[in-house]
Ligand binder design. Structure first.
Ligand SMILES: CC(C)(COP(=O)(O)OP(=O)(O)OC[C@H]1O[C@@H](n2cnc3c(N)ncnc32)[C@H](O)[C@@H]1OP(=O)(O)O)[C@@H](O)C(=O)NCCC(=O)NCCS
Length: 169
């Protein structure tokens, strides 16, 4: 997505992307966090009918484009459009972002976040949808009831689309 840029520039660009996602998610979506004792993981989701989230304010958007560089911002937009074409039509919960601090991974915190979110999804009797470009995450999501729905290349990177049916009434 970011082209040939060094690790520091990539981290800065990814932080800018996450900050815009968090801003939109906090205003219009559902954001969950896990502390141990400081914040070490977060999940950003979008309730039924609220996807796609509206873009963040102009100042934040311009700042993110400047940090990412316009070419990368264009590629994010293209990737978004590719994946948007596959979004389910029926109202669903969307898992936008899930991440745990690398020093705190594999201690069950990701599962805590995911299961906390799925309790709300199930209480709502709605399906859920997510995308992942990491094959190692597929089994993690399958254990939470997601199924592979499709595989879509985004700039030659395979992205797996996963759906979770609504809990029966
Ligand atoms: C994917 C991610 C959120 C999972 O979070 P996590 O806190 O590491 O996940 P958990 O510890 O809850 O579970 C992950 C695996 O570790 C295992 N695990 C949990 N505690 C463990 C421990 N003490 N020792 C060894 N393994 C452990 C779990 O069994 C689980 O494996 P399984 O799914 O095969 O059963 C995290 O790895 C991450 O942030 N990755 C980078 C960003 C990313 O890929 N996000 C998802 C985008 S779609």
């Amino acid at each position: 997505m970011l082209g040939k840029r060094g690790p520091r520039a990539r981290v800065r660009a990814n932080r800018a992307a996450v900050r815009t996602t968090l801003a939109a998610g906090a205003s219009h979506g559902l954001v969950l966090g896990v502390r141990d004792p400081g914040l070490v993981g977060a999940l950003v989701s979008v309730p039924p009918g609220a996807w796609p989230l509206p873009p963040p304010g102009l100042a934040l958007r311009l700042w993110a484009i400047a940090v990412q560089r316009p070419q990368a911002a264009r590629r994010w937009a293209e990737a978004f459009d590719t994946l948007a074409a596959h979004h389910p039509i029926l109202p669903h919960w969307y898992l936008g972002t899930l991440g745990v601090d690398p020093d705190c991974q594999r201690r069950g915190l990701g599962r805590v976040l995911l299961e906390g979110w799925l309790q709300r999804v199930d209480a709502d009797r709605r399906g859920a949808w997510l995308e992942t470009d990491r094959p190692e995450n597929i089994a993690f999501y399958e254990r939470a009831g997601f199924e592979l729905a499709d595989e879509v290349p985004v700039f030659d990177v395979p992205v797996w689309l996963m759906s979770r049916p609504p809990l029966p009434a």
